[in-house]
Design a protein around this ligand. Structure first.
Ligand code: 5GP
Ligand code: MG
Length: 480
């Protein structure tokens, strides 16, 4: 199960948390369109509402009214290649002897099967195939014997892989980020409480202040009265494995992730594309919307070098068409591209064109686009890509297709040029990505572009010695 999702958790002084969670989920909608859900606690009992579909469709006003309590968590879930899967919709919730538990998960465990089998032997019954339920059961079990912080720590020792979590234990909201910080998670302050969210754009939406990113291996416990939070550095790791693809494609450009504003990183990557493989054409245009920041950086750098390449919007996007990946068959995916993008002839006809996208996965989008641009009268079509060739699958939560489907997995750049019918194709180098992110290569997960992973994955190579996390227990508090 490759789950690329959005999570949120909110604790407020008095106000019900449901409305702010709803708005935060709206701000995180790009992280998941298959289902949306919320769990709140009113001090006596838990309330849950989970529904398939977009945030705006999943909650009716009366659903939100019924979600009582000033503490709660929420989730938006990304569609996986296999299509809809109602049993995996979140937050996951369980009641057990020592209380109630709600869990929202973004990421993917690499040892879920092993932990599930072990728990099943101990008598735990599972209702879904997802790894989130595994975390919930392990934590519920630990909570029978240990206090909250120790229980989370024990679970973190047991599970491996990628997880940014918001958890509700009775009315207490927690945030946990895996020891390698693979997926983002940040903390914000509201006028009357605190918020944990996958991306800072959700905090902005609530008119909150960004406090900081949750640290890899850190547990943050929000005080249920909204007055502050405690933090525990439960696991220390020497190296992180931040997903570079969050910065390239997945996150909103207006989010700050691990101290970097995504928009500026993308513009910088666009500048590097020009520096590495720029070609003077009449126009440069983004594939909307994901290519826009790259094309703007590219055009700016081209201008500084005296090139006459003009930035143009040559492709219009139908904003009501979902992300093309949701389409299960290749035929549908091709039709979806055509439905989604339409050329503006005047900016294309008789011109040499460079078109910029953030990434090429199967090659569906670029193949269709090259044809579209030629049909619209482009004299030349050059494709520039804001990431390195994707040669390997993602096991950490980005639903990228299997190795056989990846156009770059067994093709050279020249072969790809021929395959998609472009006059030239150029990708960014791994070095450029590492440089623009201002992190060291060994602190990033680059599995999909190197084929080597920072996690133990069956049949795949590792990019580092994977050591067991060092368990720490530093505690700190922040009160108003
Ligand atoms: P392709 O058409 O080559 O298979 O995919 C490339 C396009 O899909 C690019 O426009 C890129 O913005 C987008 N893309 C890249 N990664 C993902 C992903 O994980 N999910 C979805 N839905 N789109 C993606
Ligand atoms: Mg795109």
């Amino acid at each position: 199960m490759h789950e690329k999702c959005g999570v949120v958790g909110i604790s407020l002084e008095e106000r019900d948390a449901a409305h702010p969670i709803y708005y935060a989920l709206y701000a995180l909608q790009h992280r998941g369109q298959e289902s949306a859900g919320m769990v709140t606690h009113d001090g006596f009992q838990q309330h849950q509402h989970v529904e398939m579909g977009l945030v705006g469709d999943a909650f009716r006003p009366e659903d939100i009214d019924a979600l009582n309590g000033s503490n709660g968590i929420g989730h938006v879930r990304y569609p996986t290649a296999g299509g809809v899967n109602a049993s995996c919709a979140q937050p996951f919730s369980v009641s057990f002897k020592s209380g109630s538990l709600g869990l929202s998960h973004n990421g993917n465990l690499v040892n879920a099967d092993e932990v599930r089998e072990e728990l099943a032997e101990l008598g735990h019954a599972f209702t879904s195939s997802g790894d989130t339920e595994v975390i919930a059961h392990d934590l519920a079990r630990n909570l029978l014997e240990e206090d909250l912080v120790r229980a989370v720590k024990s679970t973190m020792q047991r599970i491996h892989g990628s997880y940014s979590l918001t958890i509700m234990h009775d009315e207490t909201v927690l945030g946990v980020r895996d020891p390698q910080g693979n997926r983002p998670l940040c903390l914000g302050k509201l006028e009357d409480g605190y918020v944990l969210a996958s991306e800072s754009a959700a905090i902005d939406t609530l008119d909150g202040e960004i406090v900081r990113d949750v640290k890899p291996g850190e547990l943050i416990v929000l005080k249920p009265d909204g007055s502050g939070y405690d933090t525990y550095q439960l696991v220390e790791r020497e190296q992180t494995a931040h997903c570079f693809f969050e910065h390239v494609y997945f996150a909103r450009p207006d989010s700050v992730i691990d101290d970097e504003l995504v928009y500026e990183v993308r513009r910088e990557l666009g500048r590097r594309l020009w520096a590495d493989s720029g070609i003077e054409t009449d126009v440069v245009m983004p594939v909307p919307d994901s290519g826009r920041a790259f094309a703007s950086g590219y055009a700016e750098a081209a201008g500084e070098d005296g090139a006459k390449t003009e930035f143009a919007e040559g492709l219009m996007k139908n904003r009501y068409v979902g992300r093309t990946f949701i389409m299960p068959t290749q035929d549908e995916r091709e039709r979806a591209v055509r439905l989604k993008l339409n050329p503006i002839k005047s900016t294309i006809e008789g011109k040499t064109v460079t078109v910029i996208d953030d990434s090429v996965v199967r090659g569906t989008t670029s193949t269709q686009l090259v044809e579209l641009l030629r049909d619209a009268g482009a004299e030349e079509v050059h494709v520039r890509v804001g990431s390195p060739p994707i040669i390997s699958p993602c096991y950490m939560g980005i639903d990228m297709a299997s190795r056989e489907e990846l156009i770059a997995s067994d093709r050279s750049v020249e072969d790809i040029e021929a395959e998609i019918g472009a006059d030239s194709v150029s990708y960014l180098s791994i070095d450029a990505i590492v440089d623009a992110l201002g992190k060291s290569e060994s602190d990033l997960c680059l599995g999909c572009v190197t084929g080597k992973y920072p996690y133990d994955i069956d049949g795949e190579e590792r990019d580092r010695d994977v050591t067991r996390p060092v368990i720490g227990s530093e505690r700190a508090s922040a009160d108003d």
